[in-house]
Design a protein around this ligand. Structure first.
Ligand code: BG6
Length: 502
């Protein structure tokens, strides 16, 4: 039995209640919070959608989602009934202004029933084009004037480019106070991502060497083995750079590169991160081809199964120039990172699913050792695996046992699974934070815009220059050859993570 402070009474309205995100991620996350006794003593979850559902059918639909996607397996599922007593469905046409009154009525009814004024959370799990109009309507409700109790959660993508993100921010900040707006980047909710701060700032070992004097370069890989998963309609207008680099990868980069925060205050952490984004050297349009590589997969085979090429996917135009792979080399112009390249890459249908950060240290001087010792010499490397492996590996030199001074690189590994099999999903952490009103792991307006600013020159250049070689990589590979050339020009190569032997 856990003993912790639960969040205050809350009502969660989920727009897009009959949609995929709620089915796969939000309800399973809320269910796990419920099992772990993190849900408030008094709470209600109200799915909002246009599809017709009786509350009973709606619950059955979500229960199926839990069965498929929840991290908890069947034996713990005895609590369904109890959980679903808190779940309801409101059929509502988001375009019909009058129907928003029903939200207010629902809140009033709960307030009377519970005898407390609850937190009211509006979660917009809807297509991006619907966000402005829903936010506009919600903003007119009296409820939203309560800055401390009413919150709005916005899913990614947050805008399509710098200009649209700026417009969306202007609209939202005109209707809500910044502390009411929770912009999600679900990578920030991942345990292994949060642990980057613990690793860096709770240990005396790393921080003194965490800079350009000791680090040669840094790599961030977010490789996916899945393809579009039926999301062609969305992805075709996005592409890898927008879908992964602008948000998840740049946020990982911020965690790795930020200065030590003075406190764990939400704004302090976000200030330190935004400093990193603002220090990234702008890539000049004429240099984009040297700093960034794009790719698109063709038809081929993936683990023994035939897969169609991107251009033949549903929702994709046959001449599409959308990138399904992107690699970029960034520099951060500040005292800590001057001259240290940050290589980042992401792609769909890659050989292996693996998200990891590699800190490659400079070579130690080898002169004291006999020359044969130096043959297998490898410089130190710290690898932070985010998923699916969840570990931290340090590579160092060790003497091979025997009468000669021969060295071998060896790995020391910290593995989360061994220490705790109870790892919450990102959405659990983030939903709990929303109920508690803690915005540390959410994107502030200026953060989102700074991240767009970083990638705009690449986006604009790619949009105006038609790629000549698409499709340029096959499924089950590590992406286009140009990406290898990008890093090879500096004398390095991409580091692919071998799964840790268990
Ligand atoms: C989403 C992207 O934000 O992140 C998807 O839109 C991508 O295209 C997903 O597949 C990856 O998330 P995760 O948690 O599976 O690494």
């Amino acid at each position: 039995m856990q003993h912790h402070k639960r969040p205050p009474a809350s009502i969660l309205f989920i727009f897009g209640g009959s949609g995929d995100l709620n089915y796969r991620k939000l309800t399973p996350a809320l269910y796990n919070l419920f099992l772990d006794e993190w849900m408030p003593d008094r709470f209600a979850i109200v799915g909002i959608g246009r599809t017709e559902y009786s509350s009973e059918n709606y619950r059955a639909h979500l229960q199926e989602g839990i069965e498929k996607f929840s991290r908890r397996k069947a034996e713990e599922n005895g609590h369904y009934k109890e959980f679903f007593e808190h779940v309801n469905y409101l059929q509502l046409d988001a375009g019909d202004i009058a129907s928003y009154q029903r939200i207010t009525e629902y809140v009033q009814q709960k307030e009377t029933e519970w005898g407390v004024h609850p937190n009211v959370i509006f979660y917009l799990a809807v297509a991006p084009q619907l966000v402005p109009s829903i936010a506009q309507e919600l903003g007119t409700l009296n409820l939203c004037k309560d800055k401390s109790a009413t919150r709005i959660v916005i899913e990614k993508p947050f805008g399509h480019d710098l200009e649209s993100a700026h417009e969306l921010n202007a609209l939202l900040t005109g209707l809500f106070a910044e502390e009411q707006i929770f912009r999600i980047d679900h990578y920030l909710g991942k345990e292994t991502v949060q642990n980057i701060l613990a690793l860096r700032f709770a240990n005396a070992l790393f921080e003194p060497v965490w800079n350009r004097h000791y680090i040669d370069h840094i790599q961030i890989t977010a490789a996916e083995s899945v393809g579009l998963e039926g999301r062609g309609g969305y992805y075709e207008h996005s592409g890898a750079l927008r879908d992964m680099v602008q948000n998840h990868i740049l946020q990982l980069l911020c965690m790795v590169a930020m200065e030590a925060p003075v406190s764990f205050d939400a704004n302090e952490i976000r200030n330190k991160k935004v400093d990193v984004l603002n220090a990234i050297r702008p890539i000049r349009r004429e240099d984009v081809h040297e700093s960034a590589v794009r790719g698109q997969y063709g038809a081929g085979w993936m683990k023994g199964k035939q897969v169609t090429g991107y251009r033949e996917e549903k929702g994709v135009t046959p001449q599409s120039n959308t990138d399904t792979y992107a690699a970029v080399k960034f520099f951060i112009d500040n005292w800590r990172w001057q001259g240290v390249p940050f290589y980042v890459r992401t792609g769909k249908l890659m050989h292996q699913k693996s998200t990891h950060v590699t800190i490659q240290f400079k070579e130690a001087p080898t002169f004291a050792f006999p020359s044969e010792a130096a043959e297998s010499w490898r410089s130190n490397r710290l690898t932070i695996s985010i998923q699916p492996e969840m570990d931290i590996r340090i590579r160092f030199q060790a003497k091979r046992p025997g009468q000669t001074m021969t060295l071998d690189p060896v790995n020391m590994t910290f593995n989360y699974e061994g220490s705790d099999d109870h790892t919450p999903e990102a959405y659990e952490t983030l939903l709990l934070d929303v109920m508690e009103g803690d915005a540390t792991l959410f994107m502030r307006a200026d953060q989102v815009e700074s991240a767009w600013k970083v990638i705009m020159p690449i986006l604009e250049t790619w949009e105006t220059r038609i790629p000549q070689d698409f499709p340029n990589y096959v499924p089950d590979s590590w992406g286009p050859e140009d990406a290898d050339a990008l890093i090879a020009r500096d004398g390095h190569s991409w580091i692919n993570l071998p799964p840790e032997k268990k």
